[in-house]
Design a protein around this ligand. Structure first.
Ligand code: OAD
Length: 239
């Protein structure tokens, strides 16, 4: 009996673009409208907490008005039907993978629909504003901040991610520019450890040359095609 292959999928803002969520570095993206050091660093938060809370409050409200697209749906189908290990590591702070039905999802840069207490470090599901400084449901302190990883902070669950990369037979990167580490380095790690690496992105990224295969086009088209190929390739003794 042959063993089913293990898949690790890294997703970025490009997979949610067709749902109507702004990416960061594309023309008109979030980092053209806001300075990273103002809204995505601990120093920026210390300087002007209201500005930062308003920025994430607006994004938290916006994410609740959009829907998953065909790319999220296709990955949820792969998660349901793939017989081997599978992990979707997303840099996205939206919940569109989960709303499409994916279960094996890890948010390495945190989540908009979560609040982190800077005092007791508890994480709470959150879909309201934070700028009004509501108390932490755990300790009562008015110390809640967006549960989003800022530049200079450690992404979540790196041990689990590297363990999955060590066992990966296939590594896919979808809708990410590969500009931010450590995620940008996963392709090299996976490749050195023997995985087949594939990039699905609107255009070639700065790191495309690291991949065995790079396909260009909108995620809403490329991802369903890729998932169909993978599922069609499952042999009967793996299913
Ligand atoms: P970027 O904005 O850097 O890159 C988005 C990528 O998606 C680009 O390469 C686009 O070409 C591609 N893209 C755009 N529309 C697409 C579509 N419809 N289909 C497929 N691809 C498309 O976003 P990320 O790579 O996710 O971190 O950014 C990484 C991190 O940088 C984010 O998690 C965030 C940001 O600063 C933090 O805030 C810590």
């Amino acid at each position: 009996m042959s063993k089913a292959e293990n898949i690790v999928i890294l997703t970025g803002a490009g997979i949610s673009a067709e749902s109507g969520i702004d990416t960061f570095r594309d023309s008109g993206g979030l980092w053209e409208q806001h300075r990273v050091e103002d809204v995505a660093t601990p120093e920026g938060f210390a300087r002007d907490p209201d500005l930062v809370q308003r920025f994430y409050d607006a994004r938290r409200a916006a994410v609740q008005t959009v829907d998953p697209n065909a790319a999220h749906e296709a990955l949820a189908r792969l998660d349901r039907e793939w017989p081997g290990e599978l992990l979707i590591v997303t840099q996205n702070v939206d919940d569109l993978h989960e709303r499409a039905g994916a279960k094996r999802v890890l948010h390495m840069h945190g989540e908009l629909l979560s609040a982190l207490c800077a005092r007791c470090e508890a994480r709470h599901r959150w879909n309201e504003k934070l700028v009004d400084r509501p108390p932490c449901p755990g300790c009562g302190e008015t110390a809640l901040r967006p549960d989003v990883v800022w530049f200079g902070e450690m992404p979540y669950e790196m041990d689990r991610i590297y363990a999955a990369l060590r066992d990966a037979d296939i590594f896919a990167s979808i809708g990410t520019s590969g500009a931010v580490y450590p995620a940008a380095g996963f392709v090299r790690d996976a490749r050195e450890l023997g995985a087949h690496t594939v990039e699905l992105n609107l255009e070639r990224s700065g790191g495309s040359h690291w991949f065995d295969e790079a396909r260009q086009g909108p995620a809403g088209q490329l991802v369903p095609e890729w998932v169909d190929e993978l599922l069609a390739g499952i042999s009967p003794d793996q299913a």
